[in-house]
Write a protein that binds this ligand. Structure first.
Ligand SMILES: Nc1ncnc2c1ncn2[C@@H]1O[C@H](COP(=O)(O)OP(=O)(O)O)[C@@H](O)[C@H]1O
Ligand SMILES: [Mg+2]
Length: 298
């Protein structure tokens, strides 16, 4: 297993009676990713996150945090928001978070830190019941951030947020990611995942349809793998090729390309042939995401 592995799920299955909520799920989240678990309602997102947070029993399969089986020391490095947290309506935000710092056994100084990050400092002494639903959701995020955990696990964090709340949440998540944290979040809204996440795993009826970089999977652009016996010239031509958005060299002979909207594999092949290069491989990444399915989640 790679040393940068944060969460690995293998063959995870969950049955509720005769209903298979998760059916041999595999997925992998690595250090520094903002990983979006994307799927329609009922696809198994909450079930997955509840199991890996230890609040729901699996039926079969395994999961590993930081390359090891579930262990309380790993749990301390993870902040999670799975169900609506319970806050006391007549206590202030500060008092509510104070209870959380006691439970998490972290210093009270963490309260100002997490209220600061979530922009709630000026409401520190407001009673919880006076908050709008967007601000309540922000307090829930503040509670997750208290203790400065390495990993954040957020189940549908954007629900009950208006567009402004969403963009604030996105900023918070991106700032946390810049500090080197890893974030796993779920959503049933394609656009949200596209705007927030670096990586995505698409869930359908408890199975992973695909996973990878957001730009490769959600952009609708084609990913193509090519190989040639003359990699230097190929590389040089790739720089000049008008149909390519970007490319990377995979090994001494192979390249992975992202075509732009003008490009197609046929044109690419012709382009190289016209320049005297015969490609020894040209494979289009299988597009497993029927556009209807993605449309469903728009
Ligand atoms: N406690 C439960 N008992 C029975 N079925 C459940 C229970 N929780 C979830 N399910 C079912 O499991 C499937 C996955 O649910 P869930 O993980 O909540 O999906 P999502 O979070 O993607 O909307 C759904 O068909 C749901 O109805
Ligand atoms: Mg859910």
């Amino acid at each position: 297993m790679a040393s940068d592995s944060i969460l690995e799920i293998r063959n995870l299955t969950k049955n509720y009676g005769s209903l298979k909520a998760l059916d041999g799920l595999n997925l992998h989240v690595k250090q520094g990713e903002i990983y979006g678990l994307l799927g329609p309602n009922g696809s198994g997102k909450t079930t997955t996150l509840s199991i890996v947070m230890g609040v729901l029993k699996k039926t079969a399969g395994d999961y590993y945090w930081f390359n090891r089986k579930p262990h309380y020391t790993s749990r301390l490095k993870i902040g999670s928001l799975i169900e609506d947290p319970h806050f006391y309506p007549y206590l202030t935000l500060y008092e509510n978070l104070k209870i959380i710092t006691r439970i998490k056994e972290i210093p009270e100084s963490q309260i100002n830190y997490s209220l600061g990050i979530t922009g709630l400092l000026k409401r520190k002494y407001s009673k919880f019941r006076t908050l709008s639903s967007g601000l309540k959701q922000r307090l829930a995020i503040a509670a997750v951030l208290a203790g400065d955990p390495e990993v954040l696990v957020l189940d549908e964090p954007t629900k009950s947020l208006d567009p402004e709340g969403f963009s604030d949440l996105r900023d918070i998540i991106q700032k946390e990611a810049e500090k080197g944290k890893t974030i796993v979040l779920s959503s049933h809204i394609l656009d949200e995942v596209e705007k927030v996440c670096t990586h995505v795993g698409i869930l359908k009826s408890g199975e992973l349809v695909t996973q990878g970089k957001v730009e490769d999977i959600l952009s609708g652009k084609e990913v193509v793998f090519i190989a040639s016996e003359n990699p230097d010239k190929t590389s040089q031509l790739l720089y000049q090729c008008p149909f390519i958005e970007k490319f990377e060299k995979l090994n001494s002979r192979e390249f992975k390309l992202l075509l732009n909207k003008k490009g197609s594999p046929v044109e690419l092949n012709k382009y190289f042939f016209d320049q005297g290069i015969v490609l020894s491989k040209l494979v289009k990444q299988k597009n497993t995401l029927e556009s209807e399915f993605l449309q469903l989640m728009k």
